[in-house]
Write a protein that binds this ligand. Structure first.
Ligand SMILES: Nc1ncnc2c1ncn2[C@@H]1O[C@H](COP(=O)(O)OP(=O)(O)OP(=O)(O)O)[C@@H](O)[C@H]1O
Length: 258
């Protein structure tokens, strides 16, 4: 056991947009050196929760502690220090259109200024290669590559500095099955070989059960189930079962919500 504080400890988190309450009373802990996957129906608030954890959306109530410090209390320098320890990949990639692919991947390395452009470029190209892209892609712009390639550039950016914590929103969306498996293995290796902490969102239930240590399910604005993926395989919670098995019949009703 370690007495280091948890990477994330969230209590009583609430978040609304106008009248619409997305998160009501979210509570959970992300464990160090393990991978945790967040699942939930479409529009259940998974991305909103991740953005709150990253400090990109203000919260209405509750608290988010990052390594023992309340996020709201962090000053600018502490926020930057936190950001340096995290690799983040967004669902929509959030690439900078005006930068080449390698500059996108090396963005934080260049910002930190602790290595020259040539070294940052070499590190970016190596990382792009880990995601199966050829070095020529480095000098192209996001608009010139496919959606799946953009996804891989976004992932390379998250992994490039071998961060202690990886925060990944839908990391394999839009990738073919071969690249999906490869990416899931890289995520797994970050935990097993580098001791990273991973927090990821996915709608791929097979991958959730196969590649992650722990699983949480978000529904109706709360974490309604949390445990190891081994426990999830056998859990009887009907909402978890319905989602994992992808059944349209069950307690979770399909609804189109704006
Ligand atoms: N900036 C915003 N302003 C208003 N509503 C928002 C905003 N961001 C998200 N929402 C709403 O919050 C709800 C949750 O959205 P979110 O993107 O977190 O869902 P999700 O669980 O990640 O879904 P999916 O699996 O479909 O990506 C949705 O109804 C969405 O419309």
């Amino acid at each position: 056991m370690t007495d280091q504080p948890h990477p994330f400890h969230v209590t009583g988190l609430a978040k609304s947009f106008g009248e619409k309450q997305v998160l009501r009373d979210v509570e959970f802990t992300v464990r160090r050196g393990a991978s945790t996957v967040l699942i939930g129906p479409s529009s259940s608030g998974k991305t909103v929760l991740l953005k709150c954890m990253l400090g990109l959306l203000p919260i209405d109530a509750g608290s988010i502690e990052i390594e023992g410090r309340t996020q709201a209390s962090l000053n600018t320098a502490q926020r930057r220090e936190q950001a340096d320890r995290m690799g983040v990949a967004f669902q929509q990639n959030a690439l900078f259109d005006s930068m080449s692919c390698w500059e996108n991947v090396a963005f934080r390395l260049l910002q930190r200024g602790d290595q020259d452009r040539a070294a940052a470029r070499a590190q970016a190209i190596e990382q792009i290669g880990r995601f199966g892209l050829r070095p020529e892609v480095a000098d192209r712009y996001p608009a010139e590559i496919s959606g799946g390639m953009q996804k891989r550039i976004g992932l390379a950016r998250a992994f490039v500095s071998r961060p202690a914590m990886l925060m990944l929103d839908a990391p394999t969306d839009g990738l073919d099955p071969i690249m999906t498996r490869h990416t899931n293995r890289l995520i797994r290796a970050a935990v097993e070989e580098s001791g990273a902490t991973v927090f990821a969102i996915t709608t791929d239930m097979r991958a959730a059960l196969e590649f992650y240590d722990r699983l949480m399910m978000l529904h109706d604005g709360r974490i309604i189930w949390e445990g190891t993926t081994d426990e999830a395989r056998h859990a009887e919670e009907p909402r978890l079962r319905q989602l994992l098995e992808g059944r349209s019949e069950g307690p979770i009703r399909m609804a189109v919500r704006a």
